[in-house]
Design a protein around this ligand. Sequence first.
Ligand code: ZN
Length: 315
Amino acid sequence: MATTTFTKKALNVETIEPAVTPPPPTGNTSFVKKPKLAGKSRKRDIPEGLWTKCPKCSTMVFDKELDENHKVCPHCQHHFSIGSRERIHSLVETCTFEEMDSSMTSVDVLGFKGVASYVSKLENYQKSTGLKDAVVTGIGKIGEHRVALGVMDFSFLGGSMGSVVGEKLARLIEAGTEKGLPVIIISTSGGARMYEGMFSLMQMAKTCGALAYHARARLPYISVLTHPTTAGVMASYATVGDLIIAEPGAMIGFAGPRVIKDTTQAELPPGFQTAEFLLDHGLIDAIVSRKEMKARLIDYLDYLTAGQRQAAAVG
Ligand SMILES: [Zn+2]
C-alpha cells in the first residue's frame, strides 16, 4: 500500500524554527503583568473609620473608645484634635448653649488670586465641616456659671483668624461685658488668615481692645490653648487671659521652630514650644487634661467670680 508523505520541502515552504522562544524585543521592553486572580485577595478587610492609630504610641485605638474618652488616647494620653461642636458638648450643660452670629461668613475683600479662589475654598470648608467659619461663639452654662464661650475649630482652614473669627470673638466679649459674664476662649489656630491680608491682622487689636473693656469691668477671662495655637492668635487674645491654661502636649508659639532656629542660629532646647516647656518658663498657668477640663474650669470660675457673687449678695 503506497503511502504519501508530505514534507515542508515537498510543499515548497521555507523551513522555520518553531516559536519556542519569543521574538526579540522590538523597542517595547515592558513586561506584561500577569492578570490578578479576582476574588482571591488574602488581605483582611478592615472597615474604615473603626480604628485610629495613635501618632504618639502607635497603638490602634477603637474609635468608639476614643470618642468616649474625649478623643484622648487611653494608652499614652495623647490629645487628638477635637471639633468645636464636640468641645462645646463636652463642656456646656445640655441645652444651655445659645449660639451667636451663627450665619456670619467671610467675604473675599482682597479678590485673592491663588490656585483656588478664596470664595471656593470657603465654600469647600463650609461643606466639609458644616461650619460657617473657624470659631463658634455663644453663651451657655458650665456648671452653675453662665459664660461667654468661644471655641475655635482647626478643621476650618487651619483655625485661621480672619475678619469673621475676629468679629465673632469681639462681639462675644462685648456681650460678656454687657451681661457681666466671664469669657472663655478655647483656641486652636495656625494664625492670621492670609487670604484676608491686613484685615486678618486688624482682628488682633480688635479682640484685645474688647478684652481690655471686659477686664475694666473686672470680669474674668480664661484662655485655653489647645494644639496648636500659634502666630497671630497666640500673639493676641490667646495669651492675655487672667488665667492661661493649656492641654498637655499642645504646641504653642509665635513662629515655627525652624524659622526661629534659622533666625537665631541657635540650638533650641528640648521640648521647645510645648505646653510643658511654657509652663516651666511661666507663660502659662496650668496644664489641664481634656478629661478634667470641665471640672477645672468650674473650680476656676468659682474662684474668679467669688467677689462678684459676694458683692451681689451684699447688694
Ligand atoms: Zn497613644
